[in-house]
Design a protein around this ligand. Structure first.
Ligand code: MN
Length: 498
C-alpha cells in the first residue's frame, strides 16, 4: 500500500464572503468533519487532506498552482458547501492538471423539517452552489467525476475509493517504464503499435533491450542465491513426487531461479515495473521464463507475452489500482471456446504466464515440455480460479487512437482438466456468449487481456476518462446493434477530433 500511503487527495471547499464570518467558520468546521469521515473510510485507500475554505479568486488560483506542482497531490475533491460564484474558479480551473472530483454532498443527510429556517438554507446549499460550479466546469470542458450523495454512505465512499485508485493508476501511467526484451512475435499485428503515440497519450515509455542485457545480470547470480530461492519455491508451492525425483526438474528449477533473480536485478537496474518477453528471442536462456514471470507479476510487475507492451503497461497500472483489494489481476489470453449451447464458456490461459494472485489454492509447481521456442522444458505454476465476478480488458492501437475494450465476465466453477499443464480459468462472457464475443471481435479486441477479479469496470472508466482514452464496454446490458453504432459514432468522433 506504499503508493497510497505516500500520496494525498486534496479536499477544497467553496464558499463566498456574503454570509459573514460566523457562517464561514461553520462551513469550515463542517467541511473538516466531512474530510475526517472520508479519510477514516476503509473504502478510500489514500489520505484525504483538508485544504481550506475558498472565498476569493486569488486563493483559488494559487491553490491550483500548488496542487499542479506538488507530486504528493494525486487529485482534487471540490465541494461547494454554499454558493461559490464560479467566475472566481475560472483562472484556477484553466490551469488544472490533476484529476478533479466534483462532490455533491451535504453535512446533513435529511432536511430537518421541524427546525429548518433561512439560516439553515443559506448554510447548506450544495443543491444550488453545486450547480454553479458544475456549469463553469461544463462550459470550460473540464474533465471531472461528479458524485452525488451523503458523505457517510458506504456507496459514495466506495465510488470515491474507485476514483482514488484511478488517480493512482494515472500517476503510475505517467511514470511507468516498460522493458521490451526482444521485439514483437513476428507477423503479429495486435501486439504492435505506436510507442511514441502511447507515451503522448498515457505517459509510459517503452524501450527495447537485447536478451544479452538480461543474461549479463543472470550470469552474476551466485549458487547461494539460487539455493535460497529454490528453498522458497519448495515452501510456497505443491510439488508432485514424480517431479521431485526428476533430474530435469531439479536442474531446470535452478535455471529458473537464476533467471528470476537476474530478471529482477535487471528490471531494478533499469527502473522498469513492466516487461515483455517473446519465445522467438531467447538467446542465452535455457528455457522460456514461466515461473519467474508468474512470480514477478504476483509482486506487482506488469507483463505481456510475445512482445505485447500495451498489455504489460496495462497490467502494471492495474496492479497499482488493485493494491489491497481481494481477487487478483493477471495477464490473460482467450484460448478455447466451449460451444455447448446450454453452457457456453471460454477457457482463458496462456502457455505459461498466468499470475498466481488469481489462484484458488496453493499452486502446483510443474515441469512440462513446450512445443514452441525450441528450448528446454520450462517451469510453471498450475492452478485454477474460483467462480465470481471478473473482467477482461485489452488495449489496441486503432491507428488514430488507442482503444480500451472491457468485457464483464462471470467466472465459473473450474472443471477437471488433468492433462492441461497450465493455469486456467473458465468464464461466461456478458451479456451472453454470442453478443459478448461478437462485440469483442467487431471492436477489434485483442486475444491478450488483463483479467481481474479485484477491479471492476468503474476503475477503468475513471482511469480512461482521466487519460482521455477511448473505452468501450461490453457488459450485461450490451445489445449488439447499438454496440456497433457506438463503434461507428466513436470512429466519427475520433476522426473529427484529430
Ligand atoms: Mn499469447
Amino acid at each position: 500500500m506504499k503508493i497510497y500511503n505516500e500520496s494525498e487527495i486534496w479536499f477544497v471547499t467553496g464558499s463566498q464572503h456574503l454570509y459573514g464570518t460566523e457562517a464561514l467558520k461553520q462551513v469550515a468546521l463542517n467541511s473538516q468533519k466531512v474530510v475526517e469521515s472520508l479519510d477514516k473510510s476503509a473504502h478510500i485507500p489514500a489520505k484525504i487532506v483538508w485544504k481550506q475554505l475558498f472565498t476569493t479568486p486569488e486563493e483559488i488560483t494559487k491553490f491550483f498552482q500548488e496542487a499542479n506542482s506538488n507530486p504528493l497531490c494525486m487529485g482534487i475533491v471540490a465541494w461547494m458547501h454554499t454558493f461559490s460564484p464560479s467566475k472566481m474558479w475560472i483562472n484556477g480551473l484553466k490551469t488544472l492538471e490533476k484529476p478533479l472530483l466534483d462532490l455533491q454532498t451535504q453535512c446533513n443527510q435529511d432536511i430537518p423539517y421541524d427546525s429548518i429556517d433561512m439560516d439553515f438554507m443559506n448554510l447548506n446549499q450544495t443543491a444550488h452552489g453545486g450547480r454553479e460550479f458544475g456549469f463553469i466546469c461544463s462550459r470550460m470542458g473540464i474533465k471531472r467525476k461528479v458524485l452525488v450523495g451523503f458523505y457517510e454512505d458506504k456507496s459514495i465512499q466506495k465510488e470515491i475509493g474507485t476514483w482514488v485508485r484511478a488517480c493512482a493508476g494515472r500517476n503510475e501511467s505517467k511514470q511507468l517504464k516498460v522493458a521490451r526484451l526482444g521485439d514483437n512475435m513476428r507477423e503479429v499485428a495486435v501486439t504492435e503499435g505506436d510507442k511514441v503515440e502511447a507515451q503522448i497519450a498515457f505517459g509510459f515509455s517503452v524501450n527495447g533491450y537485447g536478451l544479452g542485457d538480461v543474461v549479463a545480470f543472470i550470469n552474476k547470480i551466485s549458487d547461494q542465491e539460487v539455493d535460497a530461492l529454490v528453498k522458497i519455491y519448495h515452501q510456497d508451492y505443491k510439488i508432485k513426487e514424480e517431479f521431485l525425483k526428476d533430474k530435469k526438474f531439479t536442474t531446470n528449477l535452478r535455471n529458473e531461479a537464476k533467471t528470476e533473480l537476474g530478471l529482477r536485478a535487471f528490471l531494478k537496474d533499469k527502473n522498469c515495473m513492466a516487461f515483455t518477453t517473446t519465445f522467438e528471442d531467447l538467446h542465452g536462456l535455457n528455457q522460456l521464463p514461466g515461473l519467474a514471470v508468474q512470480r514477478l507479476m504476483a509482486d506487482g510487475y506488469g507483463f505481456g507475452a510475445e512482445g505485447d507492451w500495451k498489455t504489460a503497461a496495462l497490467l502494471r497500472i492495474s496492479k497499482v489500482m488493485d493494491l489491497g483489494l481481494e481477487g487478483g489481476t493477471s495477464f490473460m489470453e482467450d484460448y478455447t471456446y466451449h460451444f455447448d449451447t446450454k453452457d457456453e464458456k471460454v477457457l482463458g490461459s496462456h502457455m505459461l504466464e498466468i499470475c498466481p494472485t488469481i489462484a484458488n489454492a496453493k499452486p502446483s509447481l510443474e515441469i512440462h515440455p513446450l512445443g514452441i521456442g525450441g528450448k528446454d522444458d520450462p517451469l510453471r505454476l498450475v492452478f485454477e480460479v474460483d467462480k465470481g465476478e471478473g473482467i477482461n480488458i485489452s488495449m489496441m492501437d486503432m491507428g488514430n487512437r488507442f482503444r480500451l475494450l472491457i468485457n464483464q465476465v462471470e467466472v465459473v466453477k473450474p472443471e477437471k482438466m488433468p492433462k492441461l499443464p497450465v493455469a486456467r480459468v473458465l468464464w461466461k462472457t456478458m451479456p451472453d456468449m454470442q453478443t459478448g464475443i461478437k462485440s469483442w471481435i467487431y471492436a477489434g479486441g485483442s486475444h491478450h487481456t488483463v483479467f481481474s477479479k479485484a477491479l471492476n469496470i468503474s476503475h477503468y472508466q475513471d482511469w480512461a476518462e482521466m487519460m482521455g482514452a477511448e473505452l468501450v464496454v461490453i457488459d450485461s446490458k450490451t445489445e449488439l446493434q447499438s454496440f456497433k453504432e457506438k463503434l461507428q459514432f466513436n470512429d466519427l468522433y475520433y476522426a473529427l477530433k484529430k
